[in-house]
Design a protein around this ligand. Structure first.
Ligand SMILES: Nc1ncnc2c1ncn2[C@@H]1O[C@H](COP(=O)(O)OP(=O)(O)OP(=O)(O)O)[C@@H](O)[C@H]1O
Ligand SMILES: [Mg+2]
Length: 222
């Protein structure tokens, strides 16, 4: 079973990161929180409400923004600006207001030039940014971001750090990118076979991001 002995609490407006080896269950955990993946044991509470039935998940869906690890699975419309505005329009927002919000979020992310493009013709990093725009635009109370920096260039990563730091909401980031998560979050947890462990700077298990091969661990230092 994945994610045994795992208890995670995210406080109001807290930003945390989940790290762990490939296949340890990070994505599965996020999918469980949003109801894409069923719990075999345990329970989930979101915004002080126990979430168990499909109806419960439906009720919180609008308050939770989920950036999928694979952007190709995220898109809801073929043209960028329609895709980014999709959730707002689906919730009944006026077309002009939704368009203005879309223009702003595309501008904030520096991707206004992609507005009329077909999502499936974009590069990997561009797709990630469009998918992110579609999540950020809904201003969710809880944001779950699975590998938000994968495919992003260095300047874009810095920009994203600044954007996420400014957001005064709860955020859970799954990432292998230590420099990025250290720039954004308050706490880092590592998922392993023994459950969840809070990482501290002196932890020898804390893998520092660099291009070393084979992958190895060493104490965190600056
Ligand atoms: N739909 C599925 N059916 C069966 N097994 C699955 C499914 N999705 C994932 N798994 C398995 O569950 C385990 C955890 O996968 P998950 O995607 O949660 O890992 P992860 O920690 O997000 O890894 P990564 O860092 O590579 O993204 C893996 O061993 C994977 O093979
Ligand atoms: Mg994953």
């Amino acid at each position: 079973m994945l994610c045994e002995n795992l208890s995670l609490h995210v406080s109001h407006k807290e930003k945390i990161a989940l790290i762990g080896a490939n296949g340890c269950g990070k994505t599965t955990l996020l999918e469980t929180i949003v109801g894409f993946c069923a719990l075999s044991e345990g329970e989930i509470e979101i915004f002080h409400q126990k979430i168990a039935s499909k109806e419960d998940f439906k009720n919180i869906r609008g308050m939770v923004g989920y950036l999928l690890q694979d952007s190709d699975n995220q898109f809801l419309a073929p043209v960028v600006e329609d895709d980014v505005a999709f959730s707002l329009l689906a919730h009944g927002m006026d077309k002009n207001e939704a368009r203005a919000k879309t223009d702003k979020i595309l501008k904030d992310l520096g991707i206004s030039h992609l507005a009329k493009k077909i999502v499936y013709h974009l590069s990997g990093g561009e797709k990630k940014l469009v998918a992110l725009a579609g999540v950020l635009i809904t201003e969710p109370k809880l944001m779950l971001l699975d590998e938000p920096t994968s495919g992003l260039d260095f300047d874009m990563q810095l920009k994203l750090i600044e954007i996420l730091k400014k957001i005064d909401k709860s955020i859970v980031i799954v990432s292998h990118d230590k420099e990025f998560i250290e720039g954004v979050v308050d706490k880092i947890y590592k998922i392993s076979a023994n459950g969840l462990k809070r990482m501290s700077n002196s932890d020898t298990e804390y893998v520092h991001a660099h291009d070393g091969f084979p992958p190895h661990t060493h104490p965190h230092e600056h």
